[in-house]
Write a protein of this length. Structure first.
Ligand code: FAD
Ligand code: 2HG
Ligand code: ZN
Length: 472
């Protein structure tokens, strides 16, 4: 493995101190592969700076020496964006020691946090001052604010609060040459030209290192109602969203769709996830209503809406959770799908979005074509259907060979992405491109969009040292 020059190594160690350097092959291992073990790389070094100044010094030194950097947060990304390449020449820059809550301003409804703060800790800090930070996703106990921003993470509350881009007001960023952009403004209005923070949000660490952010806070939730419903079809699920929106307005804060196959996997592999109804159904939805008002009659609202939907045949069966334990059990059925699918061999992940109204057409056409293309294929379709976002993941036919299945990946992907594009959709709704979808983006994004992206990359990182091989 090529080593860094002794002079650079010494300077980097000086910059971050002994606690910020990981050099042994064993200790570096967790930083060199992703959560699923789908991507693996090598690195010359892992650095864990503890302040913005330390990040800036590391970036400046690496820039001067022509060494590439791979920013990393909680390493829960699903597209290999935080994993270094195989060369062993790149330096992994882990932000996890930058985990301070710098300020909370309840009157401005903002919180200023460092990039390495865990999403769950951010949620807890907001709750301590009677506020809500709404981003919520299965990896929230491990992912970081920096990673959430860099991937423009979505999750289960986008329906009401938007994705990470909508939740950020200001950023602090170390640019690829080591200069620091101090953009930590907590302003809801600022029309002084290009909104630079949006360049770095969703850039997956290819344009700079996010070191801190000012984020929006919302009123804490005081009333909540959660239901699990069986629906006959995706068409019925989409009709149900419309019905609930009509009756409940923006109290509808979660609407997740799951195919029977997805739920079966969870029941098989995650303890405590029994079938909720007397019989199995083809599709399920998890619905959440919430309100800042205490004692808001949400359960009644949900029950009457579901009653109306039952009469119209939009719902086949439904249960409204009667306790916090039941709420947790229902969310476990939903959040357990990623992990459960890992137990069924390799999963081919496709994180697509189409207009909500086109979800039924997408599923119908794609299911049909894929089943014809590979008989026995297990389609694990689920996700944030209220945002038009499906995790249209595939597991191999039962008993078949892993390698043979992986060899089909490209062919199956082409079917899915062609259907997505035909409906005006996107091949990556919330997980980003990373290394997984970089090639596909070349094929499926418009040439002009790709040209503009390359122009931005060239302008900010002309030496190409910031997370090379990802996104563009
Ligand atoms: P990492 O994985 O460490 O990094 C992700 C990317 O961001 C990489 O390209 C990395 O280089 C870059 N990056 C990280 N930190 C910085 C920084 N400070 N500055 C610049 N670049 C940086 N995603 C969703 O959107 N919605 C979901 O519902 C969802 N659910 C998930 C459930 C599970 C079980 C898992 C494992 C993942 C899920 N994800 C989801 C995917 C993932 O994107 C999020 O978990 C999260 O946003 C990644 O944060 P991280 O800190 O782990 O980032
Ligand atoms: C989810 O919504 C995540 O559960 C993960 O985005 C999706 O594992 C996946 O494909
Ligand atoms: Zn998701």
């Amino acid at each position: 493995m090529p080593a860094l020059s002794p002079t650079l190594l010494h300077a980097l160690e000086q910059a971050v101190g002994p606690a910020g350097v990981i050099r042994s092959a064993d200790a570096m291992q967790p930083y060199l592969r992703d959560w699923r073990n789908a991507y693996r790389g090598q690195a010359a070094l892992v650095l864990r700076p503890a302040s913005t100044d330390q990040v800036a010094e590391v970036v400046r030194l690496c820039h001067a020496a022509g060494v590439a950097l791979v920013p990393q947060g909680g390493n829960t990304g699903l597209c290999g964006g935080a994993v270094p390449d195989a060369s062993g020449t790149q330096v992994v820059l882990s932000l996890t020691r930058m985990n301070a809550i710098r300020a909370i301003d309840p009157a401005n409804e903002t919180i200023t946090v460092e990039a390495g703060v865990l999403l769950q800790h951010l949620q807890e800090a907001a709750a301590e001052v009677g506020r809500l930070f709404p981003l919520s996703l299965g990896a929230e106990g491990s992912c970081t604010v920096g990673g959430n921003l860099a991937t423009n993470a979505g999750g289960t509350a986008v329906l009401r609060y938007g994705n990470m881009r909508d939740l950020a007001l200001g950023l602090e960023v170390v640019l690829p040459d080591g200069r620091v952009w101090h953009g930590l403004r907590g302003l809801r209005k600022d029309n002084t030209g290009y909104d630079l923070k949006h360049l770095f949000i969703g850039a997956e660490g290819t344009l700079g290192v996010i070191t801190a952010a000012v984020l929006k806070l919302f009123p804490a939730i005081a009333s909540r109602a959660t239901a699990w419903a069986a629906v006959p079809s995706p068409q019925a699920a989409v009709a149900l969203i419309g019905r609930l929106r009509g009756v409940c307005g923006d109290r509808l804060s979660g609407f997740e769709l799951m195919s029977r196959q997805s739920v079966e996997f969870v029941q098989r592999h995650v303890p405590g996830c029994a079938e909720r109804f007397s019989q199995a159904h083809p599709w399920y939805v998890l619905i959440e209503l919430s309100d800042a008002l205490a004692n808001a009659p949400l359960a009644e609202l949900l029950e009457s809406s579901l009653g109306g939907a039952l009469e119209q045949g939009e719902v086949l069966d439904a249960v409204v959770a009667a306790s916090q334990t039941q709420v947790a059990a229902l969310w476990k059925l939903r959040e357990g799908i990623s992990e459960a699918q890992n137990h069924e061999g390799p999963s081919l992940k496709h994180d697509i979005s189409v207009p909500v109204s086109s979800i039924p057409a997408f599923i119908e056409a794609t299911d049909r074509q894929l089943r014809a293309a590979l008989p026995g294929l297990r389609i694990v379709a689920y996700g944030h259907v209220g945002d038009g976002n499906l995790h249209y993941n595939l597991s191999k036919p039962e008993g078949s060979d892993d390698a043979a299945f992986k060899a089909e990946a490209e062919r199956l992907m082409q079917v899915i992405y062609a259907a997505t594009l035909a409906l005006g959709g996107s091949i990556s709704a919330e997980h980003g491109l990373g290394q997984a979808k970089r090639e596909a983006a070349q094929q499926y994004k418009a040439p002009l969009e790709l040209e503009l992206m390359r122009t931005l990359k060239q302008a900010l990182d002309p030496a190409g040292l910031m997370n090379p091989g990802k996104v563009v």
